[in-house]
Design a protein around this ligand. Sequence first.
Ligand SMILES: [Cu+2]
Length: 61
Amino acid sequence: MTDRQITLSHAAIEALNWPPMTMAFDRPAHLPAPVQVGDKVTFTFSQTDSGYQLVHIAPLR
Ligand SMILES: [Cu+2]
């Protein structure tokens, strides 16, 4: 994991036909990282030319 990416283990995403997996998401420069390794999080992302970029991420409480 680089400081420009966050690795997440996510559940299945039916809209994309993705099974559960662990993968790296790009972190935009403006996105704060209010999460710690091991946190359960909720997040949104968008597809870009170079991969998948986080739009929002927050710890689940
Ligand atoms: Cu995935």
